[in-house]
Design a protein around this ligand. Sequence first.
Ligand code: HMG
Ligand code: MG
Length: 288
Amino acid sequence: MSLGPCEIFEVGPRDGLQNEARKIPVAEKVALVDRLSDAGFRRIECASFVSPKWVPQMAGSAEVLAGIRRAEGTRYAALTPNMRGYEDALKAGADEIAVFGSASEGFSRKNINASIAESLERFRPILEKARHIDLPVRGYVSCVVECPYDGPVAPSAVAEVADKLFAMGCYEISLGDTIGAGTPDKIARMLLAVRDVVPAGRLAGHYHDTHGRAMANIDASLSMGVRVFDAAVGGLGGCPYAPGAAGNVATEAVNRHLSALGYDTGLDQTVLEEAAEMARAMRGMADV
Ligand code: HMG
Ligand code: MG
């Protein structure tokens, strides 16, 4: 019996590769995205227009967007922390962009060198410009359970930032358990607060698998009405400004899990396994 659609938003080429130690050549990144495009994703995040001094691994994002084969029906997304990033993403042909904020002050400062309030003021003109050209903007909220610098984060703090990003025009709010501190109970409590201000149909779960609980957290989120989950093929990932953040939950495992439960993701598991193999090889080479 089908339980209806559930979408996986692929973040491996961005959240995954931004944290690899080895400088991965553009051609390898392009090859990975091209393989992922064959799997049937509606959205793949593959670029990040941030300062190369802060995240050198994402330099070359414009070349990645220029080099990939664009599958019909797939949107290729990029992170944009400020107006400079927005303009670079537009020039490079990103189909959608994402602003990224935090529910905790400590992570906000370490990650984007701004307080939460300053970051929201930085995002506002980006959303205004994007609205004029109908460019979809996604909004991330990091540290939705715990911050590596400030400790536990209150659900109300997450709801406050999610509410502001949604009111500003973000079409979807992705809730980042950046260091995988979530448990099903904590995720459910957080979602209860966020659902009061943003409908569940506009939320995504972005769960890192640091402590092996991401899948259980996805289950808790499903029961709260969330139907979009971010995942990274091969379990790539982490965040350079969140020490200890392991990879995102692995796309191929999430797809297997959602399909077994009866959700329709529209993804080709065989292609996902092949892409995961490629991703693991890229990572393996980073370890030598
Ligand atoms: P800053 O140092 O305050 O910025 O950094 P600035 O305006 O003073 O500029 C400093 C330098 O960066 C200047 O260059 C600028 O031109 C340059 P210089 O004059 O020194 O040669 N610069 C840029 N270069 C390229 N592209 C740009 C750009 N902006 C300025 N867009 C800034 C502020 C936001 C730029 C910096 O903090 C930054 O780039 N941070 C990004 C950190 C990051 O990418 N983190 C990982 C992504 S977030 C994440 O992974 C979490 C998520 O997955 C969800 C979850 O898991 O929770 C989304
Ligand atoms: Mg992340």
